[in-house]
Design a protein around this ligand. Structure first.
Ligand code: SAH
Ligand code: DHB
Ligand code: MG
Length: 223
């Protein structure tokens, strides 16, 4: 079993379960044309974000790490009328591409792209006494994850679902001696989550066209 099989099965899943979507495809084409890295979630993962948001009836969604708006389009599509997605992006070039992609997807009216370091923007949201978010997708720089977790917890309510992308890192997460700062950060993130009495959490490994990685799923205050 190797990466080519994983990519083949991702194609199978897309061909079988994900209808072709010109708007999402165009978002990735424009992202590549603008020189942005292809580190968006896969189509199947994007649809999982959509399904989870829809299943929980999320009205307020928060994303850390917009890139070209690919995952944001998926999540914004699940919002009911009057719902809102706030997405945080440090790179103004990425935010520009994202705003164009979100506009073409017809969701710009529901999405607030805020440009700045995620931690600053999270502090700003807390200072604004922003209503708690129902679903939070952490997908910005991995070194920031420990701080992001505590900051988003302050923007949560019991029942909030927090997802954190890229915490398996090709399996390196299980290596205590890793010197990779990203691995060290996601390990620290998992430890903080595990020690936090206000949440309960798991993590799921994934393979696919984007390689071997995985995500954490954390729910606030239900047990
Ligand atoms: N969620 C996107 C992918 C995000 S890639 C998708 O799946 O479509 C990670 C993004 O986080 C990049 O655009 C990067 O510029 C941004 N980022 C990196 N450091 C950041 C920070 N400190 N604050 C906010 N965004 C950051
Ligand atoms: C990277 C970031 C991501 O969010 C991702 O899903 C894959 C890769 C990266 O920074 O390399
Ligand atoms: Mg990611």
């Amino acid at each position: 079993m190797d990466d080519s099989r994983w990519a083949e099965v991702d194609r199978y899943i897309e061909n079988t379960l994900l209808p072709r979507d010109a708007v999402l495809e165009a978002a990735l084409v424009d992202a590549a044309a603008a020189g942005l890295p292809a580190i968006n979630v896969s189509p199947a993962q994007g649809k999982l974000l959509y399904i989870l948001a829809a299943a929980m009836g999320a009205r307020r969604i928060l994303e850390l790490g917009t890139l070209a708006g690919y995952s944001a389009i998926w999540m914004a599509r699940a919002l009911p009328p009057g719902g809102r997605l706030v997405t945080l992006e440090v790179n103004p070039r990425h935010a520009d591409v994202a705003r164009r992609n979100l506009a073409r997807a017809g969701v710009a009216d529901r999405v607030d792209v805020r440009v700045g370091p995620a931690l600053d923007e999270l502090g700003r949201l807390a200072a604004e006494r922003a209503e708690p978010f129902d679903l939070i997708f952490i997908d910005a720089d991995k070194v920031g994850y420990p701080a992001y977790f505590l900051a988003v917890l302050a923007l949560s309510r019991p029942g909030t679902l927090i997802l954190a992308d890229n915490i398996i890192r090709n399996g390196a997460v299980a290596m205590p001696g890793s010197t990779d700062e990203n691995v060290r950060a996601v390990r620290r993130f998992n430890e903080i989550v595990a020690a936090e009495p206000r949440v309960t959490a798991t993590a799921i490994q994934t393979v696919g066209a984007k390689g071997y990685d995985g995500f954490a799923a954390i729910v606030v205050g239900v047990d």
